[in-house]
Design a protein around this ligand. Structure first.
Ligand code: SF4
Length: 355
């Protein structure tokens, strides 16, 4: 039975046409699924009883079950371990911030759900085949890709309780490993008649899958691109992000530069600072050289330490030193706000704790 969340606009219309239903039924169903976010066909009250019965008999709405949920002490980060139909689990995280770049600071940000920026971080795979040694997901191995509806359903899970302002596709998995699947989910999330999130409010983060960057450069949707770099040279990056052996920095940076030239959009480079591994001033200078002249910005991330990993986070003084080298070289640099360390919000950590 098809999960309706997997069907694109045409497929949903074709299905209903094959049942001799008028075309406007598809629009009604999309409204129920993505705007009302119902989980049951019986709730679709403006459909005929016959159509509701037929939908119940021959289709499903994928609703993952939250089998674990943790909340940070300040209540601003919530992580859900979501169980899919086949029993596999993925993680999705809701993060609340008061500092939305395009909205004023709230005077009273004391109530978590009144925060101006509500970002959900979602997964595209169960586990991850890239195998980065500092990452809990990478250490736990890879099981399968998600279907597009399973990606969308993580967003709907949190959207059922609070309106979301941003989506980052930065959870478990490499989103460009199956570009078409990720893009189909993005199309549903940005379609004004479906979930309706602005494309510029969505960021997709790749570990360096060059063909995906090339494909994204040709897409019309103005989704943001982030690249997880984590090292300024091939020798170290081969170790930290093993996909580098397939797409070394020369190829990756060429693809990123071509993406910028084609789209005129700024690329974010994510760099997780690891104590004495990738955080000395020479490495910062090498990074600045690599990014010289690019329309980009660097997001320095304090590493989420995982129990079984030898990689530790860089002390704050060295983080500042690293950031200064970059800003002195005119590279726009931000330090990612630390979210949810105490609830194991680093990707794969909650899932690992459950297995
Ligand atoms: S850091 Fe990202 S790409 Fe690397 S193993 Fe973890 S989920 Fe996969």
């Amino acid at each position: 039975m098809p999960d309706l969340l997997n069907l694109n606009k045409k497929e949903l219309r074709d299905l209903l046409a094959s049942w001799n239903e008028p075309a406007y039924r598809a629009t009604q169903i999309e409204r129920w699924l993505y705007l009302e976010r119902v989980t049951d066909f019986d709730a679709m009250t403006n459909l005929t009883r016959d159509l509701r019965a037929r939908l119940s008999d021959s289709a499903t709405i994928g609703v993952p079950r939250a089998i674990a949920e943790t909340k940070s002490k300040d209540g601003l980060t919530r992580k859900a371990l979501l169980q899919l139909d086949d029993g596999n689990t993925v993680e999705a995280v809701l993060m609340l911030y008061a500092d939305a770049p395009d909205s004023p600071q709230l005077e009273d940000a004391s109530t978590a759900l009144s925060m101006t920026r509500r970002t959900v971080c979602i997964s595209t795979q169960v586990g991850c085949p890239i195998g980065c040694p500092f990452c809990a997901t990478g250490q736990a191995g890879y099981i399968r890709n998600l279907a597009p509806g399973e990606i969308v359903s993580q967003v709907l899970h949190f959207a059922r309780e609070t309106p979301l302002t941003n989506i980052v596709i930065m959870g478990m998995g490499e989103p460009f490993m199956k570009f078409d699947v990720t893009w189909r989910a993005i199309e549903t999330l940005t379609d004004p008649a479906r979930f309706g999130m602005g494309a510029r409010r969505i960021t997709v983060s790749t570990s360096g899958e060059v063909p995906g960057i090339e494909r994204m450069a040709r897409e019309k949707l103005q989704v943001n691109l982030a690249v997880s770099l984590h090292a300024p040279d091939d020798k170290l990056r081969d170790k930290l992000v093993p996909l580098n052996r397939k797409y070394p920095l020369g190829k990756l940076m060429r693809a990123a530069r071509e993406y910028i030239a084609k789209t005129n959009r700024r690329v974010t480079f994510e760099y997780a600072l690891m104590d004495t591994v990738n955080d000395n001033p020479n490495q910062a200078r090498a990074l600045a050289k690599l990014l010289d002249g690019m329309l980009c910005h660097v997001n320095l991330i304090p590493l989420n330490p995982t129990a079984s990993s030898p990689y530790k986070r860089t002390p704050p003084a060295r983080v500042r030193q690293f950031a200064k080298v970059l800003t002195d070289a005119n590279i726009a640099t931000t330090l990612r706000v630390e979210k949810g360390i105490e609830i194991a919000a680093g990707c794969g950590q909650l899932r690992q704790a459950k297995h």
